[in-house]
Design a binder for this molecule. Structure first.
Ligand code: GEK
Length: 303
């Protein structure tokens, strides 16, 4: 049974060449001090573990679309995707490790005492782990929510691993559920890291209004998304450059084409202008882009 597998087994998968290409992969041995967290419990660190910006994750390579498929099914966050997800998202989303780690840094600036920090569409909890690495505000706790049972199960295992390696982390609750049905508690930080694009377009405004209503003064929504561009030339250029990014990270033309057709019905990106207008209409007072790499961006929205 998967639950019987040790963290070390989870952490040891086949290694890919991607980390080198992305320039973001660290191999950490037990005797190398982890600078990101002052309270690392070195004795409990796996002897040989792989880290992505300090996060304990599986290293299995994404080969899901490497063989020709008679019919490409719609993309789903199932067991197969969960196994390769850390590799997949890092090789597909330019800037992903930078966004995740800095989301923790930004969150620490907005976190308010005795409040909730939400990680909505948490997948394997990369953002949750970053929040727990960086936020030190008293009385904060993290609530991570995802509607994929497979993601939630593995996320809980990774967070147990983080708990066994570090002391005094913020408490965390992982909920399997639909973020559209969530009863929000007063929150100082809400992270929607590449999740809104998977929500039906006609439901996005209502979700953002509910997030806005839950946000405490001084808090923030941090929203990361793939972008589309209204200018056709700009859109074509950045789409081509994104394909080049995926090629450079070892994906074949077949993998790129099959992944594109798997995802096009389930992921619907908006433009920066649409995001801004919708956030302002939802009651946010200010929208500040803080990161963009090719056609992927992250915004801070202030209440
Ligand atoms: C990361 N934030 O690693 N309710 C709950 N979860 C949902 C819903 C919904 N209605 N719709 C989709 N999801 C993560 C990456 S991935 C983005 C987020 C990507 C979940 C879905 O199950 C998946 O785990 C996540 O949103 C999107 O920083 O794969 O490009």
């Amino acid at each position: 049974m998967r639950k019987d597998r040790s963290l070390r087994q989870l952490l040891q998968g086949s290694r890919s060449n991607v980390g080198a290409a992305a320039g973001c992969d660290l191999l950490i041995w037990r005797f190398i001090r982890q600078p990101a967290h002052p309270r690392a419990n070195l004795a409990k660190m796996p002897a040989f573990s792989t880290y992505t910006a300090g996060t304990a994750v599986s290293k299995e390579s994404d080969r899901l679309f490497a063989q020709p498929l008679a019919q490409v099914p719609d993309f789903a966050f199932n067991e197969d995707v969960v196994r390769v997800f850390p590799d997949m998202i890092k090789r597909s989303v330019p800037g992903y490790p930078t966004i995740v780690e800095n989301l923790g840094v930004l969150a620490a600036q907005f976190a308010q005492r005795d409040s909730v920090l939400y990680d909505l569409g948490s997948s394997l909890g990369a953002v949750t782990q970053a929040l727990r690495r960086h936020v030190r505000t008293e009385g904060c706790r993290v609530i991570a929510v995802d509607n994929s049972a497979a993601m939630v199960e593995r996320c809980r295992e990774y967070l147990n691993g983080q708990d066994s390696m570090f002391q005094e982390l913020l408490p965390v609750e992982v909920i399997e559920g639909d973020i559209l049905a969530l009863q929000f508690q007063p929150a100082s930080v809400v992270a929607l890291n590449f999740t809104l694009q998977f929500i039906a377009p006609d439901q996005r405004a209502a979700l953002l209004s509910r997030i806005r209503q839950s946000l405490l003064p001084g808090g923030a929504l941090i929203l990361s998304e793939k972008l589309r561009f209204n200018d056709a030339e700009e859109h074509a250029l950045l789409t081509d450059l994104h394909v080049a990014f995926k090629r450079a990270n070892g994906y074949s033309e077949l993998e790129i084409a099959q992944k594109r057709s798997a995802i096009e019905n389930v992921m619907k990106p908006d433009s920066l202008e649409e995001h801004r207008e919708r956030l302002l209409a939802a009651g946010f007072s200010k929208v500040v882009p803080w990161f963009q790499c090719l056609n992927f961006a992250s915004l801070i929205a202030l209440p």
